[in-house]
Design a protein around this ligand. Sequence first.
Ligand SMILES: Cc1cc2nc3c(=O)[nH]c(=O)nc-3n(C[C@H](O)[C@H](O)[C@H](O)COP(=O)(O)OP(=O)(O)OC[C@H]3O[C@@H](n4cnc5c(N)ncnc54)[C@H](O)[C@@H]3O)c2cc1C
Length: 477
Amino acid sequence: MRVAIAGAGLAGLACAKYLTDAGHTPIILERGDVLGGKVAAWKDEDGDWYETGLHIFFGAYPNLLSLFKELGLEDRLQWKEHTMIFNQQQKPGTYSRFDFPNLPAPLNGIVAILRNNDMLSWGEKIRFGIGLIPAILRGQNYVEDMDKYSWSQWMKRQRMPQRVEKEVFVAMSKALNFINPHEISATILLTALNRFLQKKNGSKMAFLDGSPTERLCQPLVDYITARGGEVRLNAPLKEILLNEDHTVSGFLIRGLDGAEDEVLSADAYVSAMPVDPLKLMLPQPWREMEFFQKLEGLEGVPVINLHLWFDRKLTDIDHLLFSRSPLLSVYADMSNTCREYAHSKRSMLELVLAPAQDWIGKSDREIIDATMEELQKLFPDHFGGDNPAKLLKFHVVKTPRSVYKATPGRQAYRPSQTTPIKNFYLTGDYTMQQYLASMEGAVLSGKLTAQAIAHDAPSALDTSSSNSKNEVSVVER
Ligand SMILES: Cc1cc2nc3c(=O)[nH]c(=O)nc-3n(C[C@H](O)[C@H](O)[C@H](O)COP(=O)(O)OP(=O)(O)OC[C@H]3O[C@@H](n4cnc5c(N)ncnc54)[C@H](O)[C@@H]3O)c2cc1C
């Protein structure tokens, strides 16, 4: 069966991979000239990579880790020490760590929290632990139900100390969805805590050993094309064409550089685009259907990813750092954390600026100047004195609409991978799956979509070619 997929982000690529495994033939159309969507990366004129986002892989990502295994790429994940490192606001240039001991979960997480005395007092830790009891006892149903509250509201209801939010959860909330605790749904943080604490290595982090485009997306394309699939860059979906019964008759591809538009016909069609462009492209008859109307409740959140190259080493820490800065979220010295970006004498800081609402419209220079001010607090030894570190060059990558903004109530708007249109499917991190808007969520959604298509073929769909019914299996751990 031929399946046309619009979008070569992780969801579209994973969907295509699992379709080929089930004996089908995917054709991916990607609007841009680079693979990966929100994990896309580019090489500058000096041969240095810069990326859409600083990306961390977690032990709690079963479907993504199994994808690495299936592609034979496991050695590309550079696993770091099992710890979480926070900058200390009151003591610039110092760090506070949550070190996870080699114990079964959730004991290792509990010990990590109890052993950290820099950020929280014993009284605060105990009140936080008591507040979490309903989530532990009542599980995922309770977690989903809490989508009606923001994290700040939920903490207040659980009578948790305000300082716990300020010390720990501002950083977590910005890292997970690029917004602050008064905006983010309680379900997001509770889900993350659940995933991180339930598995021994759930919160263990890895960096990819190079650019995601080259080290993860290209092998996926090689896998897909070796099995008869196709991936076309610079092939934007312009319009979803319909039959009289409102099923899809074809994908109209916009001709670039004066070329004619082209119609791609297939047996099934998938949108692997983010929710924002999909909403703009919905055919008129679908806009009257409740299923598609609900997409209006989802909207991408702005975020900015920064890369700064310095004339010296600012730190030797080989890990992700939570900046706890009002301007910045997480960051890492990629010259330490990533094999391909390694440098023994110079730092390359990759930093996420969030919330980015007030910054997305500003010039790169304004953004870099504000970031340099923050760096003076994070690295006082290198920016004070007579010989401050010099910024050699920078790249600013703005994503005005990234992952969907996970404010309270959004869970109800997340669509399933199957739609009321029998030959049209959705995939993407925003679609309903048990992980958040993340790389794991994207890969899992791709798998679920491939599974749904393989399940429906050939009976429910108008098929012409292969009739393989191999199963696609989702890893639930
Ligand atoms: C700054 C930043 C940091 C992040 N950090 C992490 C992290 O540490 N860990 C983690 O797990 N996740 C992280 N994420 C989230 C993660 O990157 C995403 O959840 C995931 O990559 C989304 O994949 P996707 O395939 O659903 O969507 P996308 O990657 O957005 O893919 C959609 C694709 O559709 C294409 N497209 C759009 N319109 C058209 C059209 N008309 N025709 C054809 N193609 C089209 C786009 O070009 C794109 O390639 C981060 C994201 C950002 C932005």
